[in-house]
Design a protein around this ligand. Structure first.
Ligand SMILES: Nc1ncnc2c1ncn2[C@@H]1O[C@H](COP(=O)(O)OP(=O)(O)O)[C@@H](O)[C@H]1O
Ligand SMILES: [Mg+2]
Length: 223
């Protein structure tokens, strides 16, 4: 990485409306930000302020009404649907709020990481990620044998394996107790220390406390 490299993830001019029966619901207005490798970037703001919408747009799960998203300098909004799927698969990891939504019940922890590195066709096995996130003793366990907090840390390792450009997590601690949330915060910090670009939507102080950059959304605008 050199100072002239484009940011891992950036967006500009993001405006988004959801269609509704008789009117459109405005969710985001002219949002611009960038997120770098080696840093935890937090999106904060009250419920309904647009955090999840922005995170899904940054993760290329949703196309914005207007504006561009760049992943390692590639304009994802200009790609065909097929190329965008490929970009998501190879370059972006995503973690949902509910731990069990992130994992496959019939795969062990290490099989999840093996799957992620095969899908992304790159990177080491991911074993060092399990060590870094304090999951080394859980390699052969299935999701049902893990606590919610452990499941979320496996989900983060799954999202980070194969060295994607960025990993994004939407309120990953909302279903967790304080102790587990603290460990998830430590895991996000650790992933950034390993060089990952981490973007998280949250209002949990355990997560804003480890954030290097905080962007506040109010009514769909960066405050
Ligand atoms: N699928 C949807 N259809 C219509 N409106 C939506 C949809 N998803 C979110 N919204 C609206 O967009 C706005 C932003 O929502 P959201 O991104 O979920 O905010 P947050 O994650 O900060 O709570 C809210 O007004 C919400 O009601
Ligand atoms: Mg949300």
């Amino acid at each position: 990485m050199t100072p002239n490299d484009p940011p891992a993830l950036s967006c500009s001019g993001i405006t988004h409306h959801y269609p509704a029966s008789d009117h459109e619901v405005p969710a985001l207005h002219e949002v611009a930000l960038s997120a770098a490798r080696g840093r935890v970037t937090a999106l904060v703001g009250p419920s309904g302020s647009g955090k999840s919408t922005l995170l899904r747009i940054l993760a290329c799960l949703e196309r914005p009404t207007h504006g561009t998203v760049e992943v390692d300098g590639v304009d994802a909004t200009a790609l065909s649907a097929r190329r965008r799927r490929e970009l998501r698969r190879h370059r972006l990891g995503y973690v949902f709020q509910n731990p069990i939504d992130n994992l496959l019940g019939y795969l062990t922890v290490e099989e999840h990481l093996g799957l992620a590195t095969r899908l992304r066709r790159t990177g080491p096995s991911g074993g060092e990620l399990l060590d870094a996130l304090g999951l080394a003793g859980r390699r052969t366990h299935h999701p049902r044998q893990l606590s919610g907090g452990e499941q979320q840390r496996v989900a983060l390792a799954f999202a980070a394996a194969g060295d994607p450009s960025a990993l994004l997590a939407d309120e990953p601690t909302a279903q967790l107790d304080r102790a587990s949330a603290h460990l998830v915060g430590a895991a996000l910090h650790q992933l950034a220390a390993l060089g990952h670009c981490v973007v998280v939507a949250t209002h949990d102080p355990e997560l804003t406390g480890v954030a290097d950059d905080v962007h506040e959304l109010v009514d769909g605008r960066i405050a």
